[in-house]
Design a protein around this ligand. Structure first.
Ligand SMILES: C[S@@+](CC[C@H](N)C(=O)[O-])C[C@H]1O[C@@H](n2cnc3c(N)ncnc32)[C@H](O)[C@@H]1O
Length: 261
């Protein structure tokens, strides 16, 4: 009978330490995980393409060993979404606040399988028998990568990036949520009491300098008015002391977008 040593400083959370042998009872098995997965996505035909989704209990065991309650878990081959399911289960069980990032390159899988499974287990769903299964809580935001990168290798914005493309990026960087505006004005919208503006790509048409990409007093006077605090993304700030008086927080692009050259 092989023995293993448990060192106190290797115990985490509920005290699970790595073992060399994980039984089906301890970490689940493929038959069960296939059933679990197909029960959740019983009405999604492509769910049957996944012959061997991993047991959520297996990933939970890994989370118990390797994460804290506030860890961020990355799965860059998300597939059936088992990792997020396990994260939500583990959070529900121990009151944790773990977050996850899933990456899936097949858009059909990402939308219809990965995101749909995670949405259902988080919010609750009706199974194939018509029974209601309670949600585990939690949620996620669905993001799509652009076809081309916005930034050149030197960290500058690529010349062919449109106002609408950069607006989406700026909005997400500033608010943490997806952009739902129309991107036809330098005022992108308001979020939690502040207005977010973007000066880029001649959105103010021919106003010099640099087609209105620099925040000057003249440019500012042309912007749609907002009386509260304002965050303005632009190439440079030539407003001087007036910027603070007007309640402006200036963010220089591209540097404020945390792009590392
Ligand atoms: C074997 S599945 C993942 C299985 C998953 N961990 C589970 O338990 O079901 C691998 C997934 O990764 C995706 N994939 C493969 N290469 C990728 C890449 N370079 N970036 C993102 N996703 C990728 C595939 O489309 C496939 O859905």
């Amino acid at each position: 009978m092989p023995a293993y040593k448990r060192y106190k400083n290797s115990l985490r959370n509920d005290g699970v330490v790595p073992q060399t042998l994980w039984t089906h009872a301890f970490a689940g098995h493929t038959d069960g995980s296939r059933k679990e997965f197909r029960e959740i996505l019983h009405d999604i035909p492509s769910a049957s393409d996944f012959a061997t989704p991993k047991p959520s209990l297996l990933i939970q065991r890994i989370l118990q060993i390797s994460t804290d309650k506030d860890s961020l878990i990355l799965d860059s081959f998300a597939g059936s979404g088992t990792t997020a399911h396990a994260v939500l289960k583990q959070n529900a069980e121990d009151g944790g606040n773990r977050r996850f990032i899933l990456v899936e390159m097949d858009e059909h899988i990402a939308q219809n399988v990965t995101a749909e499974r995670v949405r259902r287990v988080a919010q609750g769903y009706t199974n194939a028998k018509g029974d209601q299964v309670a949600g585990l809580g939690g949620g996620f935001q669905y993001c799509r990568l652009s076809t081309e990168p916005l930034f050149a290798p030197d960290g500058q914005i690529r010349g062919d990036v449109s106002f609408a493309q950069l607006a989406e990026f700026v909005w997400f960087a500033e608010t943490g949520v997806g952009f739902t505006g129309t991107a036809d004005s330098p005022l992108l919208g308001t979020h939690e009491g502040r207005a977010i503006y973007l000066l880029y790509n001649g959105i103010l048409k021919d106003l010099a300098p640099q087609s209105g990409n620099v925040l000057t007093a003249t440019v500012f006077n042309r912007l749609p008015v907002f009386s509260g605090p304002k965050v303005i993304y632009a190439a440079a700030n030539r407003m001087g002391a007036r910027a603070a008086r007007e309640g402006i927080t200036f963010q220089q692009i591209p540097y404020a977008l945390e792009v590392q050259p």
